[in-house]
Design a protein around this ligand. Structure first.
Ligand code: ADP
Ligand code: MG
Length: 846
């Protein structure tokens, strides 16, 4: 792309000032004697101002002068008192004079106009690699106010602005001669306004603006309803671009009419215009910035700064993948070549887009590779004996044989524990795959080697449950467990803390508060984190900050798609338990609409009559937590009175005192409560094999992965289990055959699609991929909360292949140059540090 010199720009402005001055000077002459002779002076000036403002972004000071000029003429007409006319013309001349002088000085502004901008521009940091800290406020045409609008959408620096890619493109490269138009065509035309008429209509308050546009070949009419302000744009003589579908028009087709969907005023300099005659980028609009203004802003920024963009991709990587340089990629992502494929552009599949996406992924992967090395470089002051007799004892006491998958993962863990480097391993396994017992082997090794182990669950309920299911086994092999929950009485807690600090307590079970609230361990050797996604990514940091350097094992049933796992857990080693213990019957999943409630609850009652138990889950979404909670409580009461009158119903939610929770949970486990009405606190980990029904109310309000978790609460015993998804929408189709999985109108298509995926598959990974596709990574499981990076160009679903490549390249590069100290990696190192040092707790790299 050619880059117009800034002198072109100032020449254009000089030109403009001259053009606007001409009628104003004429009108002012002879003590304003000629005002009456200049027709439409007001609308002319206003149109010219709008014109020049839309053609380029000027410094705020200059812009405010232009706006003042517009104000002066907005209601200028021959009927104004002569004195008023005179004053306004005088002021206009003064402004034009200032504009002219300011413009001569060059791109900066004459100090006389605004001193402040001058200071700012002299403070502007300049240097080859500093766009990342060059505030957008200092860019040309961005005053403090407009900068504020950008900052609100996260654009604070010039670099961020340049990375703010269009979300859409419009092909305005083909201008069709008006004579070639025919009704039914959709086209872009460009011409001069030859006629513009604003009319009122019979209906009060309605205006119709009729504009006729002419090019060398013919004329076309555009009709604009209730957009009187366009009169200022489409003044006679203005060069404009329209695009939209063509129709016969009312007078039988002599002049066709266009249903104008896009319009632009083409600056009459008619050099390569930004807005027409090319594939035009369309940006998300925000308060204070139209797409058009963004286009002008970005164009200006590209001219001035694109050459200074950081190029973190090593030449070799770029060459291997055929990626363009950063400057070229950013330029053509904003202002693509005329020949570019709009479809490809919009899907982010051009070479430029792919390169930008790759860069983001690559930089993250380099950071992760470095972090992994850092952890690996830590020396572990711990020696585990993986041949401890404790392991044999555990096998002897286990009521079942490990599955092949469990056995494989246990061996992977033992290998890590025996190694001289700390373990940092993630165990992924679907709900019910038996992760706990795998972790138990690691704990046995730790305790058998004389260390303590901590097992941390996301909720107190789960901690209690782990404690009650593990205690018998642990005690049977001679390990003393303690539970540390906030509910414990102070005296008991004091004793527990002492047991931990003095090393008598070998396994400590609790929530993550164990680590966060300064509990002192005598010899912490192993930290097991259950259901990792509730904890955030930086668990290890918390541990090391407390001065512990244990081996870390995180477990998650959250079926994280591969691409997501690679970014979120990019620095962990991953083990996957990919098989369920034998004898599990797949859970039957049912989907019922609102009109099928009776049927749904009947299914539950039938199971209860057989001696089974059931969960009924209500959503609890944060924003409306209070209302939801009330709904859940009322529903529990109603269910007890009506549907489940013959059974005992218990209520479990996060607001209950932990003693009460424990009691309810214990009663449910013991079977004295048959129905547990709960908010999603049962989402993870609860294990009651006799429960065979999971009924979820308002299923459409849950994420798929969450529903899959809930479903995982049943089917844990020998009984055929059921998961009943009840939606608020009525999904019943008229005259449809019976069967619960059909849908009809009513349900939002996306929620229908989503829920269907659950009925179709019982594989957590399949479901997670589906969820990711439908909701996108930002929404997926609320990943934002756990520090999931937001990308500007990359898309984890679309760019799965790029992520894979980026990871390979990144890890290979860090292998060769761990500190990125080679001169050719300097920019990369800086970029990695800037983007990820704080977020990933990267140590300083020397
Ligand atoms: P999750 O992976 O969801 O945490 P758990 O560890 O809670 O699963 O195990 C689910 C259930 O499966 C538990 O009741 C556990 O005792 C049982 N289990 C685990 N491994 C096996 C196995 N190899 N054979 C039979 N039952 C098993
Ligand atoms: Mg579990």
């Amino acid at each position: 792309m050619e880059r117009p010199a800034s002198s072109d720009l100032s020449q254009a402005l000089t030109e403009w000032v001259r053009r606007v001055s001409r009628p104003i000077e004429f009108a002012s002459r002879d003590d304003c004697a000629h005002v009456g002779a200049v027709r439409n002076l007001g609308s002319f000036v206003v149109a010219q101002v709008l014109n020049v403002l839309s053609a380029h972004v000027y410094p705020a000071a200059l812009e405010s002068r232009l706006m003042e000029l517009r104000e002066l003429f907005a209601d200028f007409h021959a009927g104004l008192p002569a004195q008023e006319q005179k004053q306004r013309l005088e002021r206009a001349r003064a402004i034009l004079g200032m504009l002219k002088r300011a413009n001569m000085v060059g791109s900066d502004i004459e100090p006389g106009i605004v001193g402040k901008t001058m200071n700012e521009s002299s403070a502007r940091p300049r240097g080859p690699h500093e766009l990342w800290r060059l505030p957008i406020r200092f860019a040309k045409g961005v005053g403090p106010k407009r900068a504020g609008a950008l900052e609100r959408i996260g654009v604070e620096t010039v670099e961020q602005a340049l990375w703010c890619l269009p979300w859409r493109y419009e092909d305005r490269s083909r201008i069709v001669p008006i004579a070639q138009l025919a009704p039914g065509l959709t086209a872009t035309v460009c011409g001069t306004v030859v006629q513009a008429q604003l009319k009122g209509t019979r209906r009060r308050g309605m205006t119709v603006l009729e504009v006729v546009l002419q090019d060398r070949t013919g004329r076309i009419r555009g009709v604009f309803f209730n957009q009187a302000y366009l009169e200022q744009l489409f003044v006679v003589g203005a060069q404009v671009m329209w695009s939209g579908p063509v129709n016969p028009g009312r007078d039988g087709g002599t002049v066709l009419q266009m249903d104008v969907q896009q319009y632009d005023v083409v600056d009459d300099g008619a050099r390569a215009s930004l807005h027409v005659g090319r594939i035009v980028p369309v940006y998300h609009e925000t308060k204070g910035w139209t797409s058009r203004q963004m286009r002008v802003l970005i164009h200006g920024l590209l001219d001035e700064y694109a050459a200074n963009l950081d190029e973190p991709l090593p030449v070799s990587v770029r060459a291997k993948h055929g990626f363009p340089r950063i400057e070229d990629a950013i330029r053509s992502a904003h202002f693509p070549d005329k020949a570019a494929d709009v479809q490809k552009l919009e899907r982010g599949l051009t070479r430029a887009h792919r390169r930008l996406a790759f860069e983001e992924l690559f930089v993250l992967q380099v950071a992760l590779a470095q972090r992994q090395r850092q952890v690996k470089d830590e020396v572990k002051g711990i020696r585990f004996d993986t041949t401890t007799p404790m392991l044999k004892r555990l096998s002897a006491k286990l009521p079942f044989k490990l599955t092949a998958a469990q056995d494989r993962v246990v061996r992977e863990i033992l290998r890590d524990m025996a190694a001289p480097r700390p373990m940092n391993r993630l165990i992924q396994g679907d709900v019910g795959s038996g992760k706990t017992v795998v972790a138990l082997h690691a704990m046995a090794v730790a305790c058998g080697s004389g260390y303590q182990a901590a097992l941390m669950a996301p909720t107190e309920i789960l901690a209690e449950q782990h404690a009650s299911s593990l205690r018998p086994l642990l005690e049977a092999i001679g390990i003393m467990p303690v539970v540390l929950t906030s509910g414990a009485r102070t005296s008991a807690r004091g004793k527990t803390l002492a047991d931990i600090a003095e090393g008598r307590a070998q396994v400590v079970i609790g929530t993550h508060a164990i680590i966060q609230k300064g509990v002192k361990f005598a010899r912490l050797g192993l930290a097991v984190v259950d259901e990792q996604h509730k904890f955030g990514v930086l668990q290890r940091k918390t541990l090391t900050e407390k001065g512990y350097r244990p081996d870390v094992l995180v477990m998650t049933a959250t079926p994280i798609p591969r691409t997501l796992a690679m970014t979120v857990y990019g620095d962990l080693d991953v083990s996957i338990i990919d098989a369920l213990p034998p004898g599990r019957k797949p859970v039957k999943t049912w989907l019922f609409g609102a009109s099928e409630r009776r049927k749904a609850y009947q299914l539950v009652v039938d199971q209860l009559k057989e001696g089974r138990q059931a969960y009924v889950v209500f959503p609890l979404v944060e924003e409306s937590e209070k209302i939801d909670l009330k709904a859940a409580i009322q529903a529990a009461e109603r269910l007890q009175r009506e549907e489940f009158a013959a059974f005992r119903v218990g209520l479990l939610h996060g607001r209950l005192a932990s003693k009460e929770k424990d009691r309810t949970m214990a009663e449910f486990k013991a079977g004295t409560i048959q129905v547990l009405v709960a908010t999603t606190v049962v989402e993870v980990g609860v294990d009651v094999p006799n429960a065979s029904v999971m009924l979820v109310e308002h299923a459409e309000r849950f994420g798929l992965a969450q529903l899959h978790q809930l479903r995982g609460r049943v089917g844990r015993g020998e009984y055929q289990s059921h998961c009943v998804l009840l939606t608020t929408h009525d999904m019943q189709a008229r005259g449809r055959p019976s069967g619960p999985t059909l849908f009809a109108e009513g349900a939002v298509p996306s929620s229908r699609q989503r829920l269907e995926a659950l009925v179709r598959s019982s594989d957590g990974f399949v479901i997670a991929e589906e969820d990711l596709k439908i909701r996108g990574p930002g929404e997926f499981l609320g990943v934002r909360q756990w520090g999931m990076p937001e990308f500007r160009a990359a898309n984890l679903v679309r760019d799965a292949d790029l992520l894979q490549q980026a990871r390979q390249e990144a890890f290979a590069l860090v292998q060769r140059d761990p500190a990125l100290s080679a001169p050719m990696h300097r920019v990369l190192r800086d970029v990695v540090m800037r983007r990820w040092q704080a977020k990933l707790d990267l140590g300083g790299v020397s």
